[in-house]
Design a protein around this ligand. Structure first.
Ligand code: PDD
Length: 276
């Protein structure tokens, strides 16, 4: 079992893959990415992730010279070579390598990385629930693009880590909740799940979409709307979703206890049905 990465046609270990210092991803954060989980050697929602990668590429006017089928094939080859059953597959496409200049030429060739590493087991955290902090959302206005330019997310998540919290949930100046530093947010009020709608400058999470679908199947009412920080404080339950977190119950917002102070029933139910 080891980590494997494909970089522009070659397979190696992560630690052995080298990029040029004039890779625009390195100098400008000029790139896009995806993270996909595999379970038992099978990637979960691979096509949905690749379709989002294509939309991200269009969003930054980057032309991808690979088809979805071609990318799928490389993902499977990386996964098979890694021999990992439960892996995080990381895909990154940067605009390419060129002498440093903010503007770029149209004929620049993108750099592609597809790697697999053993997935972290977060089941213990899910069992007990986690603490979050609230942080002002200082990101740009195109958060639907999964850009490698993650400074605001990094700063917010680091702030969370430094006070022993797992995630930073971001909010706009008027108090409207957007999303976590690397997750989507859901709150439960009297049995109804509420999650910020896509018009709130968030990433359209693949896990979020699965939760919306599963809630309908389970007959649980779910509203995509607006959520503000005061409402969040009063929620019966809160949970975060992402490819790597799956459904992560939140039991504290800073020092305030959420609901009964333990993972809620709806979060548990959603985790149970997520992969079914
Ligand atoms: N992040 N919002 C943001 C800002 C994210 O970075 C992510 C995922 C999500 C959840 O999306 P999905 O359900 O498609 O994973 C929401 C990945 C896991 C990361 O950056 O590592």
């Amino acid at each position: 079992m080891c980590n494997v990465v494909y970089f522009n046609g070659k397979f190696s270990k992560f630690s052995e893959a080298m990029t040029n210092i004039e890779d625009r991803g390195y100098q400008f954060g000029d790139g896009i990415y995806e993270v996909i989980r595999s379970y038992g050697g099978v990637p979960f929602k691979l096509r949905e992730h690749l379709e989002r990668l294509e939309r991200s590429a269009e969003g930054i006017r980057m032309y991808l010279p690979w088809s979805i089928e071609g990318l799928e094939k490389i993902c499977m080859e990386v996964l098979n070579r890694s021999k990992l059953s439960d892996a995080d597959i990381y895909i990154q496409v940067t605009r390419g390598t060129a002498p440093r200049n903010h503007t770029y030429s149209e004929d620049i060739k993108p750099n592609l990385i597809i790697g697999a590493k053993k997935a972290k087991d977060l089941s213990e955290k899910r069992e007990h629930g986690v603490k979050i902090i609230l942080a002002p959302d200082v990101r740009w206005k195109k958060c639907w693009i999964k850009s490698t330019n993650l400074l605001p997310n990094i700063m917010a998540k680091q702030q969370a880590k430094e006070v022993g919290a797992f995630e930073a949930v971001q909010y706009e100046e008027d108090g409207t909740v957007t999303e976590g530093g690397s997750s989507n947010v859901f709150a439960v009020f009297n049995g109804t799940i509420v999650t910020p709608s896509l018009k709130h400058n968030i990433l359209p999470g693949i896990t979020r979409a699965v939760i919306i679908e599963k809630a309908a199947e389970e007959g649980i009412n779910l509203e995509e709307g607006a959520l503000n920080v005061e409402q969040l404080q009063e929620a019966d339950e809160i949970f975060l979703t992402s490819t790597t977190m799956e459904v992560m119950p939140v039991v504290r917002i800073e020092e305030k206890v959420v609901g009964k102070g333990k993972p809620g029933e709806i979060a548990r139910k959603m985790q149970e049905v997520l992969l079914k």
